[in-house]
Write a protein that binds this ligand. Structure first.
Ligand code: MG
Length: 378
């Protein structure tokens, strides 16, 4: 890999909590990426909702395909900017590991259930998965990932939680930046979901093209495709438009970040961490276009009646299961009942949250039907 001086380098990595010999034929961040791919939480992403519940159709994004798209966009930009592709990919593949079933609806209700016990936040949970919850290795709990990968997974965090996280939490208290690969994975996430949510929303018929043409980012690319291929069928027009949108934003991100990096004169990852603001960013005009998209998708897709109906039943499932497991902890799998720290109500609540956050959509639906006798539908 031809790396810029301000990229993350194996040689200057802040290392792993549990010291291990360097890998023989791989880099440190490559090993992180490989450990993530082999962990159970990663496989469960296949059956977790992005926006549409997994069983609504085989063509919709799931958390797994979303994470792969984030990794793809992240790697492209990383290579162009001479950043560490393996680290970017590791962060991208791990960023949603802590997500509950049923997307944001699941996270909201689990957070409400956990209010008295320290709350629930999917970013922190992703970190908890790789730090302690995965039980695979003889010598340590979790995946023992490098500081840089963990730094990237913890996108945001309250000051209160940051104080509990030692070195990793320090940047939220001192208001410092994470490394460039972390900054990049964060934006690759946004580029991926904005674009694939439009695609899925159109496929499901919740969004339509006339409506989307009010959005500059969409309209610009749509016009180009329509005028270049006036006879093209609509499905291909949509694909070409979304392809154009991703390309437009990604090229802008590369060019603008490259210029920012040059101007900043940063020479190392520590210079990046100490720089007053993020260095990976879109130009002002693309930032504005991306900002326009967010409220549009919120109003027209995430708050659409169909999605909201799904959200309501998902909330009911998560809430009722949570109460059931708190009242009857003997219903939890044995290995959860035996977890250290499971005594006391707060300890028990955290273990229930860990168990429930690990559930796939369909597993939660099945458990709810089995334990609370409801029909298997959402
Ligand atoms: Mg994501």
């Amino acid at each position: 890999m031809n790396l810029a001086p301000y990229a993350a380098h194996d040689a200057t990595s802040r290392g792993r909590a549990y010291k291990e010999p360097a890998p023989l034929y791989r880099g440190e961040f490559q090993r992180d990426r490989d450990r993530i791919i082999h962990c159970a939480a990663f496989r469960r992403l296949e059956y977790k909702t992005q926006v549409f519940v997994n069983h609504e159709g085989d063509l919709f994004r799931t958390r797994l395909t979303h994470s792969l798209e984030v990794a793809q966009i992240g790697r492209s930009v990383a290579r162009a900017l001479k950043l560490n592709e393996d680290l970017t990919e590791a962060i991208a593949l791990a960023h949603d590991l802590g997500h509950t079933p049923f997307g944001h609806a699941g996270q909201e209700v689990l957070n409400a259930c956990m209010r008295e016990y320290g709350g629930f936040e999917h970013n922190l949970q992703s970190l908890r998965v790789v730090d302690v919850l995965e039980e695979r290795y003889a010598e340590f709990l979790g995946l023992n990932l490098t500081f840089e990968t963990r730094e990237g997974i913890l996108k945001h965090c309250s000051v209160k939680n940051a104080k509990r996280l030692g070195e990793l939490g320090k940047r939220f208290i001192d208001r410092k930046q994470p490394g460039l690969e972390a900054q990049l994975a964060n934006l690759a996430d946004e580029i991926a979901y904005n674009n694939h949510d439009i695609d899925d929303g159109l496929r499901y018929g919740l969004l339509d093209i006339d409506h989307l043409n009010q959005i500059e980012l969409f309209a610009e690319q749509y016009m180009v495709v329509r005028s270049t291929y006036p006879k093209l069928d609509e499905r291909r027009v949509v694909h070409e438009t979304i392809r154009g949108m991703i390309n437009h934003v990604v090229v802008d991100l590369i060019e603008n970040s490259s210029a920012c990096l040059k101007r900043s004169k940063v020479q190392s990852i520590d210079d990046v961490r100490n720089f007053g603001r993020p260095l990976i960013n879109y130009s002002e005009s693309v930032s504005r276009k991306m900002l326009e998209l967010k409220p549009f998708l919120r109003t027209n897709l995430y708050n659409h009646t169909h999605v909201q109906q799904m959200t309501q039943s998902a909330k009911k499932i998560v809430e009722e299961l949570f109460i059931k497991f708190i009242e009857e902890p003997n219903l939890l799998p044995t290995q959860y009942q035996e977890r250290p720290g499971s005594d006391g109500l707060a300890g028990r609540a955290r273990i229930v949250a860990d168990y429930m956050a690990g559930m796939t959509d369909r597993y939660a639906i099945k458990q709810h039907a089995r334990l609370l006798g409801s029909p298997e539908s959402t």
